[in-house]
Design a protein around this ligand. Structure first.
Ligand SMILES: C[S@@+](CC[C@H](N)C(=O)[O-])C[C@H]1O[C@@H](n2cnc3c(N)ncnc32)[C@H](O)[C@@H]1O
Length: 273
């Protein structure tokens, strides 16, 4: 499976993830973190590493179960928010500013929820995750699929943002079971899941999506100056309308103007040793 219909924008690097309202998106993604922690079988006292923890969704979910958790991420601004959340709940999580390719240590569970997929070198990120997983432990990864809604929105962004660096690969490879099986030993168990996003209208949805996307926000001035900012909103709103699954006949929970999309992701459970 490939993800090459249109150029994929360069994955947001550490400096751009904080440029948008990512916490608002993280709030909506929290159920996936809960699911990954559940599938990982995190128990009290287990050592857990959350790779690409962002504002700490999976790290905090694991810590609430009494695990001994480290949350790792290269974006200090998001780690600061994660740390505030942990403090507010009185959870003793260790936070490390480090990217997926440079993680160290030994953990019973190595988790990543839409995090490691953004490492520029998938092979070295996966190797680091395998190295950090203790014998008998598990690696659990959640990643957007190449043919899903997130990829569709990325194709829109790709038409408006600078091209990815030469040789750059789409992060959604991590949502392809075949690719994951090349990354991880031990026959990963892969399941396709969906998370729903609901908004009042396609335009509202597009506005939210663009506000959350740091790698788009850093291009805002250029897109405004070239008269492309509104077109980006319109194209993205069209994608939301095309993917809308909300009933329009009044039988649903909305008034017919709302939009509800389902974004597909792959959860892989790996026993690497
Ligand atoms: C979509 S967010 C996911 C955050 C969090 N796991 C969640 O579920 O909300 C992607 C995260 O990956 C992080 N990231 C970007 N490049 C990374 C890399 N090379 N290694 C690890 N994390 C990275 C970003 O800083 C950001 O926090």
């Amino acid at each position: 499976m490939t993800d090459a219909r249109t150029p994929t924008p360069a994955p947001a690097g550490p400096s751009t993830w904080a440029a948008g309202d990512y916490p608002a998106m993280a709030h909506r993604l929290a159920p996936v973190a809960e699911q990954v922690v559940r599938l990982a079988g995190v128990t009290a006292g287990a050592g857990v590493l959350d790779v690409g923890t962002g504002t700490g969704n999976a790290a905090l979910a694991a810590a609430r179960r009494g695990a001994l958790v480290t949350g790792a991420d290269p974006t200090p601004e998001l780690l600061a928010l994660a740390s505030e959340r942990a403090a507010a709940e009185g959870l003793p999580v260790v936070w490390q500013e480090v990217d997926a390719e440079r993680i160290t240590g030994r953990y019973d569970r190595v988790l990543s929820v839409f995090g490691a997929m953004y490492a520029p070198h998938a092979r070295s990120a996966a190797d680091a995750m395998i190295r950090c997983c203790a014998p008998g432990g598990r690696v659990v990864s959640a990643a957007w699929t190449p043919g899903g809604f997130m990829a569709a929105t990325n194709h829109v962004f790709g038409r408006f943002l600078p091209p990815p660096p030469p040789g750059g690969q789409p992060p959604t490879r991590w949502g392809d079971p075949e690719f994951l099986r090349t990354l991880f030993p031990g026959e990963p168990t892969c399941t396709v899941e969906r998370i729903a996003f609901a908004f009042g209208s396609p335009a509202e949805a597009a506005g939210f999506w663009i506000r959350a996307a740091g790698h788009v926000q850093v291009e805002r001035a250029r897109l405004v100056a070239t008269g492309r900012w509104d077109a980006l909103h319109e194209e993205l709103a069209t994608v939301f309308a095309e993917w809308n699954r909300q009933p329009r006949d009044g039988a649903g929970d909305g008034d017919g103007t709302g939009v509800r999309v389902e974004a597909e992701y792959l959860v892989a459970v790996v026993h690497p040793h």
